[in-house]
Design a protein around this ligand. Structure first.
Ligand code: UDX
Length: 455
């Protein structure tokens, strides 16, 4: 029997990456494992200011930070600097922990599959290493396939597609269309290249050097994709540890008033519209969105972040007064609780992977409005494979009109097949994380292996 494990957990510095790793960290702490969670300084500051005092007192993991050496938030600048500056910072942090208490040595590192700086530092120090994948298994399979696509002349060295045909990995997984690759960034070829070079290619290397490959998904959701990656360990859907009443992985404070508002609404009546942490739109699209939601005439809960439009958020004339009785708008919702609320009928979503798992876990159907990267394929999975959602079709100018939104929401809310499929998936997700289920067993086995290693 080895020493008690002490795990260093390192996310990629973005909301959709920090949150699922935090959930994993709490799960590990619940199993008696010591966890030190390492954020960059700017993310750490956000988490601490969004966290309730009650949570801070009882938090079961240590939250620490390393300076990214940047003023403000510039993810791109960070990613450019990280490979040279971060490995040493992490190495120093681990050495300090090891020197300060002989019984508290760092035994394992779990890092986001794109956080090469952490994986590199751990490898150098001979520490056991798990890469964590916050997106779906199919997306990972596609990313791992990128080298072969380059060799075959299907994409160039920067990930730019050279052919028009969709790329298929298996008959049971939707094919990837030209503008819907895992690194697609519509209208922004520079970001597309950057994402390809800095996430896709590094992820491939990181998978190779890791001792475990954990993913926030479950086998029954993506059997064909899991079969493409023999060493994959699906451990999801990961849940927020709820014993302190709130989740501490958010960058913004949750506005819980929407839960009281949901209490006042009829069962299965509310459209929950939430588009993750980064999706933004211009004023014209924003207006269509607002008016489309209004036109359905059902209650809606809409998350409008302060940076959701490309300027100051301005609602259409008279909108707020008109929807006062049946619309609730917040800057950041307790999303998992809102989706679990009996009044919630469906999820109008940008198809971020965390949102998908959260919606599936509650059996809500989706109206799909993807924005970039894996979100297109996630939509295709939902609409074509699992049949739990409908897609929005933009008009010839690329705008999703209010009429399209109204029509599809009404269709979604009355579609019995989609409702039945959503409930079936909910049951499958619940089984996978319950005792004896596939994800439960995978997580238990991972924890046991960590505990048994003679370190
Ligand atoms: C991104 C990508 O979209 C996603 O596809 C990728 O795999 C991970 O990173 P993001 O765009 O933020 O993440 O979306 P999503 O993956 O859905 O994550 C958002 C998280 O924020 C979810 O866990 C959601 O519950 C939470 N959230 C969002 C809230 O808690 N409240 C809100 O109001 C909105």
């Amino acid at each position: 029997m080895g020493r008690k494990p002490h795990v260093i957990v390192v996310p990629y510095p973005a909301q959709g990456h920090v949150a699922p790793l935090m959930k994993l960290a709490y799960n590990l702490a619940d199993h008696g494992i010591k966890v030190t969670f390492v954020n960059t300084e700017s993310i750490h500051v956000k988490l601490m200011s969004a966290m309730s005092e009650k949570f801070k007192e009882g938090i079961p993991i240590s939250l620490v930070s390393v300076p990214e050496g940047l003023d403000g938030e510039d993810t791109r600048a960070f990613l450019e600097r990280a490979p040279s500056s971060m490995p040493l910072l992490l190495q120093n942090l681990i050495e300090n922990i090891n020197e300060s208490n002989i019984d508290d040595q760092v035994t394992h590192v779990i890092a986001d599959v794109t956080a090469e700086w952490a994986l590199e530092a751990a490898k150098k120090m001979g520490i056991e290493l798990a890469a964590f994948v916050p997106c779906g298994v199919a997306t990972l399979a596609f990313v791992l396939h990128a080298h072969r696509l380059t060799e075959a002349g299907i994409i160039d060295d920067y990930g730019v597609p050279m052919k028009d045909e969709p790329i298929s990995l298996s008959n049971s997984i939707p094919a990837w269309k030209k503008n819907e690759l895992a690194w697609s960034f519509p209208g922004n070829p520079e970001s597309e290249k950057f994402l390809f070079l800095n996430s896709v290619l590094t992820a491939t290397e990181n998978v190779k050097i890791s001792d475990w490959l954990l993913v926030n998904s479950f086998y029954e959701l993506e059997p064909s994709a899991c079969d493409l990656i023999p060493n994959i360990l699906p451990i999801g859907p990961l849940f927020a540890s709820d014993h302190l009443g709130t989740f501490a992985g958010n960058f913004c404070a949750e506005d819980s008033t929407c839960l009281n508002w949901l209490d006042q609404q009829p069962p299965r009546s509310v459209i929950y519209a939430g588009f993750g942490s980064t999706r933004a739109c211009d004023q014209q699209q924003f207006n269509e969105l607002a008016l489309g939601l209004e036109m359905v005439g059902q209650p809606f809960l809409w998350v409008v972040r302060s940076n959701f439009t490309n300027g100051i958020v301005e609602f259409p004339d008279g909108f707020l007064e008109r929807v006062e009785k049946h619309g609730k708008i917040v800057e950041w919702a307790p999303q998992e609780k809102a989706l679990a609320h009996p009044s919630t009928a469906c999820f109008f979503s940008h198809c971020g992977w965390n949102s998908i798992l959260e919606g599936i876990s509650q059996g809500v159907p989706f109206l799909c409005w993807p924005y970039f990267a894996d979100q297109f394929h996630n939509r295709n999975y939902m609409c074509e494979t699992w049949k739990i959602g409908l897609e929005l079709i933009p008009d010839e100018n690329g705008i999703v009109t209010r009429h399209e939104i109204k029509t599809k929401l009404e269709k979604l809310l009355s579609d019995k097949d989609i409702e039945a499929n959503s409930l079936k998936l909910k049951e499958m997700a619940g089984k996978s994380t319950s005792e004896g289920g596939s994800s439960f067993n995978n997580l238990t086995s991972f924890i046991e292996q960590m505990k048994q290693q003679d370190v």
